[in-house]
Design a protein around this ligand. Structure first.
Ligand code: FES
Length: 120
């Protein structure tokens, strides 16, 4: 399992800045979001994550912890996000499971278009 936050600098380096369209929408290949996994990407200049918690259902969230702004990590075995700074935990819909975060991860709009997951 890859920790989402650990891969962020590499993703940011590899990601072309023109990935989104002029309206700020980001298109992600569905194949990059396998069932039970999380795919980190950049949304409006900030880290975000899209996941497929159940078959055919895609959820996009800000990856920025609502406590003090650390980047959350996907824990595949637990199907939760863990914030490495103060052990805040979030569910697949972004709601707080435990720890100090005062509110859920920001939810981002998702639509499906063929083989693409459109965020924004
Ligand atoms: S910054 Fe995430 S729990 Fe503190």
């Amino acid at each position: 399992m890859l920790a989402v936050a650990a891969g962020w600098p590499l993703v940011r380096f590899l990601m072309p800045s023109g990935q989104g369209d002029s309206a700020g929408q980001v298109a992600i290949d569905r194949a990059q979001v396998a069932l039970g996994t999380a795919h980190l990407f950049e949304y409006q200049g900030r880290p975000a994550v899209v996941l497929q918690p159940v078959p055919g259902e895609f959820v996009a969230l800000s990856a920025v912890c609502t406590h003090l702004g650390c980047i959350v990590q996907w824990q595949e075995e637990e199907s939760q996000f863990l914030c490495p700074c103060h052990a805040g935990r979030f569910s697949t819909d972004g709601s707080v499971v435990s720890g100090p975060p005062p509110k859920p991860l920001e939810t981002l709009p998702v639509t499906l278009d063929g083989d693409q997951v459109l965020v924004g």
